[in-house]
Design a protein around this ligand. Structure first.
Ligand SMILES: *Cc1c(COP(=O)(O)O)cnc(C)c1O
Length: 371
């Protein structure tokens, strides 16, 4: 029997070499391949035009995240973040010499529960770092208001959420600062890459220095820094990607998520995560939750049976507070712990076909019926 092509968890979409070959050759010939070259500056300008906030390009989402936290001077304090996230989030907080304080998530939207965040604010809290899980926007408006009242920084790890909007506002325009990732696994890849957006001139100026070893424009080191600079070739790819991400790629993803979600609604023991209704996520993945008792099979078995059918999924996100690096067993995060046990991230691609969507939903129903 002919085996169908495997469906991987991600299928990165890059522009053809012809679209940036001449520019790449010119950069190689000139020798200017990095260090804030013309393509990086152009990419930043185009990002700013979309997000409506000043933007700095980085060589990864993680270096943008580390820089954002250091630029906001969180050292010595606490930063509230979800445990339900990619481990990069609490890692960056510890790297910025602050303590992550984990808060629980909303069981439906899987982003930070604002009421739970409020319970965890102390005199040591310097910032809230919310995560736009799977591209679904955090409750930006409520978190911004809360932080203003408390006099703390409101930050977003929007690594998976470039292009998402909330209340009609583009992602990047919210709060004190936001970061994005353009890694190959994200929906607008530049191979490796990231960006920081902020309307706060002080944050942008500090971030600019931290990105370049902490050096100011005269070459004096003002603070410990990193090498966070984006390559020219990545910025060239980014400029081409920006011309397409919003139109068909974005629409395709959204339509695929809607079709998958509809087909999986009403199955006992299976819950499809919902977007916050004011938000338009980019849907990096479609998260579903499997209740082992009600569905009749546990999550890990469903994952294995999907793998057998050539459908590769992820058990994103883990509960970070239960991992050795961030071992905080004293914290109780009941929603996070349950969701981390039950969640499956289903793949969505920029060029996903309806046949591919139907293959995934049919496989899940077949697994359920055969249990
Ligand atoms: C992808 C991701 C990161 C890291 O971004 P890189 O570009 O891979 O460094 C950080 N936080 C979250 C929530 C992510 O999804």
């Amino acid at each position: 029997m002919l085996k169908p092509k495997p469906l991987n968890i991600v299928r990165p979409k890059f522009p053809p070499l012809a679209d940036f070959r001449k520019d790449f050759e010119a950069a190689l010939k000139s020798g200017q391949v990095t260090n804030n070259g013309p393509w990086v500056r152009q990419f930043e300008e185009r990002l700013s035009a979309i997000t409506t906030a000043p933007a700095l390009a980085f060589n990864s989402g993680q270096s943008a995240l580390m820089t954002m936290l250091a630029a906001c001077e969180v050292q010595g304090g606490e930063v509230i973040c979800p445990s339900f996230t990619f481990p990069a989030t609490p890692s960056a907080i510890i790297w910025a010499r602050a303590m992550p304080v984990f808060a629980d998530i909303n069981p439906r939207t899987l982003v930070l529960d604002v009421n739970d965040v409020m319970q965890r604010i102390t005199s040591r809290t310097r910032a809230i770092l919310s995560v736009d899980a799977y591209g679904n926007s955090s409750d930006y408006a409520a978190l911004t208001k809360l932080c203003e009242r408390q006099g703390i920084k409101c930050l977003f790890d929007s690594a998976p959420a470039f292009g998402s909007t909330d209340l009609g506002y583009p992602n990047g325009s919210w709060a004190d600062a936001q970061i994005f990732s353009f890694h190959a696994t994200k929906q607008m890849p530049t191979m490796e890459g990231g960006a920081l957006c902020s309307r706060d001139k002080y944050i942008i100026e500090r971030a600019r220095m931290i990105r370049n070893f902490g050096l100011d424009h005269t070459g004096v080191c003002q603070m410990p820094g990193i090498n966070g600079k984006m390559l020219e070739v990545c910025a060239m790819i980014g400029c081409v990607q920006l011309e397409h991400y919003a139109d068909h790629q974005h629409r395709t993803r959204r339509q695929a998520a809607a079709r998958m979600s509809t087909a999986l609604t009403g199955i006992t023991g299976l819950t499809v995560a919902k977007d916050r209704h004011s938000a338009e996520p980019n849907w990096l993945y479609l998260p579903i939750m499997i209740d082992a008792v009600e569905f009749g099979l546990d999550r890990d078995l469903v994952v294995a049976l999907l793998e057998d059918r050539g459908i590769h999924v992820r058990t994103y996100y883990p509960a970070c507070h239960l991992m050795p690096a961030f071992w905080f067993p004293m914290v109780t995060l009941p929603v996070t712990e349950r969701v981390a046990r039950e969640v499956i991230a289903l793949p969505l691609y920029n060029d996903m076909t309806t046949d591919e969507v139907d293959r995934i939903t049919a496989a899940i129903k077949e697994i359920r019926d055969a249990r």
